[in-house]
Ligand binder design. Sequence first.
Ligand code: ATP
Length: 368
Amino acid sequence: MADIEMKNIVKKYGDGFPAVNDVTLDVQDGEFMILVGPSGCGKSTLLRMIVGLEDITSGEMKIGGKVVNTIAPRQRNLSMVFQNYALYPHLTVFENIAFPLRLAKKPDDEVRRRVNETAELLELTEHLERKPANLSGGQRQRVAMGRAIVRQADAFLFDEPLSNLDAKLRGQMRAEISRLQRRLGVTTVYVTHDQTEAMTLGDRVAVLRKGVLQQVGSPRELYEEPSNLFVAGFIGSPSMNFLPATIEKAADGTHLDTPLGRFPMPEKGHAAASGDRSVVLVGVRPEHFEDATLVSDEKRARGAVVRAHVDVTEWLGNELYAYVPYEAPADLADKLRDLSRELDSDQMRTQAVVALDPASLITEGQQA
Ligand code: ATP
């Protein structure tokens, strides 16, 4: 096994804008690291540079303490699982899994033993004589993983391996990959744009945007302590609401005046409150709203009660989403639009999404 050290890694295709821009990131020995970000942020390019399928324009890539910039993919002893599985259709499951061992010219009895052990681990034993065309999507995915783990590589690299599966199977495979990685304890780098995979699979998550690393941390750190607006808006589903607000200092304390109403300034926000009146964006996670009619008097007194018109509701069984449009004052609306452009997102819309208890009494068209 090995750690992976990336130092000031840059990738430029032609004279264009760098696809990966000065990324410094260490993946520790045995760690499960997720690379996440919107389409085109450079996550696949970074993964391909680790494996050696893409040249590094500048910077240093080390695997197990050894600089690998100019080392061919085969010599890096890494295993990669691709989105499309890349199985050989004419070979049986046994031979697909055995492929890297055959390439390495391992003796037949060793190939048999290792393929059988791997098939056992992935519950593929009864399918070993089948061809990939006769397998389900999930089974094919397991064969691709079998081929990656059979050769005892120093690290596993996954490029969106579950994106071709339906939602239910994706959930099952996610749990399987997590179990397998823990059991084998192999350094793993996993590329995804899927929120749930990013938050549930990794020890740490690295968020990329336009080739630039935004934050690296545990899923919890990213969720609770995002280091910038992009990470705050990107991590979490539904996304965090950003409300334009002014900070008002009054005799009864500091408040945030938002289009949804007046909130007391949270403890951590005080540092931002300079001067008597300043304009800020307030981030509120959808689940931090509650239906005021369902909470105790004491709890209601501690929070801020807002009255807003509920436009649309969506009942999901375990949660109820309520969409609350609001009017922002012109100067604040401009600020929101600028930010929206800067972040390439439509998160700065003038509506808030509120995630409530499904037992909530709120209905569409209601003043909540
Ligand atoms: P996705 O989730 O859509 O696969 P990604 O985050 O993996 O996106 P990359 O595939 O790494 O992004 O691409 C990063 C940037 O580099 C994109 O702007 C892409 O258009 C560009 N790019 C990728 N491969 C090449 C190439 N071979 N030649 C030129 N530009 C490329």
